[in-house]
Write a new protein. Structure first.
Ligand code: K7E
Ligand code: CUA
Length: 765
């Protein structure tokens, strides 16, 4: 940076302090009526805008976690603003967060490998938030991969994926993730039947050899990880199990899973048979599976399970004999089973039935207690008569799918896929209350805390499969359309269309934003994927390069605005390991890292340590740099990887600096440092006159500023020593380094000052 540039910077800096306290002057204003006219907005539009608009600096009331469908990710957005806040990388490598680039996150993705193969995508369907006593607690998020049966664990302290578990028994899944009311179990039901454990059997043996099932993963809340050794599966008939839900309150200990092809039809167009769709929807009813999972867990603990690929599976003969699984007829081709907030009812909708059916848990239990069954299915599982389980059937419309619940007792919202509508209805008294059109072909519907014991009401979101004409066309593939609906009044009101351009978001969960308490920084040197301190953790001043034969290990750091080391010299063929620690503590002060042409890419949030491994097989000069625009000197946050060709013979060269500096340059720099110090003193006086320690954000900014200033004496000493030796170039450069530390301290200090101004802190304690 040029000298006069620096001077301008100081002037600008002083000006910034002055401007910060100036009032804004208003120009000739357009009236609200003018804007309505110009933009052709109705009163209703204005009302919707007022209900969804979140002014700059204000925050959303709820946070939604949406499946990212084929992207294998999770999308986080705010409600009511519908502003996207984050994509969480889960099953798919994702460069922005360096997921799948550093060794730490590669280790998580590698947990999801199957049969020795990298699976680099996922078909995410159902996110589930962790619950305590049946309500969201804001600690964990789980999501399933339908295509490759897997479940991932995301920690909501840092919104990072921590674990992926592969289902060792089943070949596909759909009815996951759902959590028990204290999140000690996570459910994952099969979709398409196949022989257990991945073995082969011809389709002719479908009835005998193909199986469905439900997996109950044990979740260790203190470790925040799934424990596969404590988990088990329950074998089910090959009925194409679909969605599931856990019981709650009085129905805790039970789970419910619907199915859509209890006909066990096997298609085969090429064999001259009608396709799956014909044979799988021939009967008038399918089966709701009612599972006493707590009893199943006891039987597994008592050694009654079989092992399939080392995983415990409770087989159907045991389930039938011990009363673990019961079947109840359910509407044709159902999709979705949802337990009411009080745990007393279970709603199931059949895509090919216009009614939603409501079952009574109490009636089901009474039938089981009285052993009142209409018979058994081909696998020996008892069938409860519909009339012995049904509470009511409510005509809602065409193609009912999923149901969510309102804060008002008895009120539910059900998506109507074929009608493209949302139905509001009363499941206790069996009455339709209101319907609203959506655009178009709604899949899931989601209400605030809408699948917990304590729904919050206010909004529902319609997750529409098609957008068609809602947005500016962007090619033949349109975005999905999430529509926000106000449900706080008697009539539902459409508020907002939000395009989702990342994949098909099957299901979403939304939590009261105040329940989330994400961290600002990691404890220094954290491997964020294991929550442990990394062996690569490096403290400032302890950076080093260790060479052992062909192995080169770099212990480096990043802080505004340099990477240490700045030069890494290796020989062609060396195996390189680079550990980088971000030394920053300030909020949002992330650094990146890349080495061009070596596919090295890092994202280091404050406190994180990440590791990069590669073989330096290509000789040459490879610049590396920080990929986040992290400070005014971000572009200078750079270095060189020098890979010497095999057999390279160095010739004697003396380094010659680009620019030589004189005593006058040095003195000019000293003066500038003194001026800058004055500005810093002003900011410090301003901040410390106010109770800044009461605000953790300001307090940590001030810690960071103090850190930067703490480096001044050493650089100053070096500058003075060089000056004493008459080496004006080194003297000037070290004096300039002093200036760099000052600038960063001032920059952070000014941020602290701005924050104090925004929060209205006044002098005093
Ligand atoms: Cu798309 Cu829940 Cu997988 Cu329904 S699912 S729409
Ligand atoms: Cu760090 Cu740019």
């Amino acid at each position: 940076m040029a000298h006069n540039g620096n001077r301008r910077w100081i002037r600008g800096f002083t000006a910034a302090i002055a401007i910060a306290s100036m009032a804004h002057t208003a120009g000739a204003a357009e009236s609200l009526q003018d804007v309505m006219k110009r933009r052709q907005l109705t009163q209703e539009d204005l009302m919707a805008a007022a209900k969804t608009y979140v002014p700059s600096g204000k925050r959303d009331e709820f946070l939604a976690f949406s499946s990212g469908g084929q992207s294998g990710q999770v999308i986080v957005y705010g409600i009511p603003s519908m502003r996207i806040l984050k994509y969480i990388a889960v099953f798919t490598p994702e460069p922005w967060q360096a997921y799948g680039y550093d060794e730490e996150s590669k280790a998580v993705l590698n947990q999801g490998r199957m049969n020795g193969r990298d699976i680099t995508w996922g078909d995410t369907h159902h996110p589930a938030l962790s619950e305590t006593n049946g309500d969201y607690d804001g600690q964990f998020l789980f999501i399933n991969d339908k295509a490759n049966p897997r479940i991932a664990v995301i920690d909501l302290r840092d919104f990072e994926t921590k674990q992926i578990v592969v289902n060792p028994v089943f070949q596909s899944e759909h009815g996951g993730a759902f959590v028990s009311q204290n999140t000690d179990w996570i459910m994952e039901a099969v979709q398409y039947a196949a022989p257990l454990g991945g073995s082969y059997a011809p389709l002719e043996e479908f009835n005998d050899k193909y199986r469905g099932g439900v997996t109950y993963w044990k979740f260790d809340r203190t470790r925040g990880r799934i424990d596969p050794s404590g988990s088990f599966a329950v074998e089910l008939p090959p009925y194409s199990q679909d969605l599931s839900d856990f019981g709650k309150l009085g129905s805790d200990g039970w789970s419910f899973t619907n199915s859509f092809c209890s006909e066990r039809y096997v298609g085969g167009i090429e064999r001259g048979r009608p396709p799956f769709e014909a044979g799988c929807s021939a009967k008038d009813t399918d089966y709701l599976h009612v599972v006493n999972w707590r009893k199943a867990a006891e039987l597994v603990a008592a050694g009654r399970a079989k092992k399939v690929n080392g995983f415990s599976v409770l087989m159907m003969d045991v389930s039938a004999a011990e009363g673990v699984v019961y079947l109840v007829p359910e509407p044709k081709s159902p999709h979705g089973v949802d337990v009411t907030p009080d745990g007393k009812y279970i709603t199931v909708s059949g895509k090919l039935d216009t009614h939603t059916w409501v079952y009574s848990f109490e009636k089901i239990q009474a039938a089981i207690a009285a052993k009142k069954f209409t018979g058994k299915d081909d696998y020996g599982l008892p069938i409860i008569a519909l009339e012995d389980a049904l509470h009511t059937q409510v005509p809602l419309g065409l193609g009912p799918l999923h149901t969510q619940y309102d804060s008002r007792p008895g009120i539910a919202y059900t998506s109507l896929y074929v009608d493209s509508m949302v139905a509001k209805w009363d499941y206790v008294n069996g009455k339709l209350i209101d319907r609203i059109p959506v655009h178009y072909n709604i899949g899931h519907i989601m209400a605030m805390h809408g699948d917990t014991v304590k729904p919050r009401g206010k909004y529902v979101v319609a997750l529409n499969k098609l957008a068609i004409d809602r947005f500016n066309p962007v090619g033949p593939l349109h975005p999905q359309n999430h529509q926000l609906i106000d449900v706080s009044n008697d009539k539902m009101q459409m508020l907002y269309d939000m395009p989702v351009p990342l994949g098909e978001p099957h299901y979403v969960v939304a939590i009261d934003a105040t329940l989330l308490k994400p961290i600002i920084r990691y404890p220094a040197g954290t491997n964020s994927r294991t929550d442990e301190i990394s062996p690569g953790k490096t403290r400032p001043g302890e950076e080093k390069i260790v060479k052992e034969g062909k192995k080169v290990t770099v212990f480096g750091t990043e802080i505004r605005s340099h990477i240490t080391p700045e030069i890494i010299e290796v020989d062609q063929g060396d195996e390189i390991t680079i550990h980088l620690t971000n030394l920053e503590r300030a909020e949002d002060q992330t650094h990146g890292f890349t080495i061009g042409k070596y596919n090295v890419n890092g994202s280091l949030e404050p406190g994180k340590t990440a590791t990069f491994k590669f073989t330096a097989d290509q000789p040459g000069v490879f610049p590396y740099y920080c990929t986040e625009f992290c400070s005014a000197l971000h572009l200078e946050m750079q270095g060189y990887l020098l890979v010497k060709p095999t057999g390279y013979k160095p010739t004697a060269v003396t380094a010659k600096a680009g620019t030589q500096y004189t005593q006058a340059d040095y003195e000019k720099q000293i003066q500038q440092n003194a001026d800058t110090q004055k500005v810093i003193d002003e900011v410090v006086a301003y901040v410390t006159a106010r109770p800044y320690k009461n605000d953790p954000m300001v307090s940590s900014l001030m810690d960071d500023a103090t850190d930067q200033l703490g480096k001044v004496p050493e650089a100053k000493q070096k500058a003075e020593a060089a000056a004493a030796a008459g080496n004006w170039s080194d003297a000037m450069l070290w004096a300039n380094q002093v200036y760099q530390y000052q600038v960063k301290a001032a920059d952070i200090g000014l941020r602290a000052k701005t924050r104090l101004d925004q929060t209205g802190a006044t002098p005093g304690n």
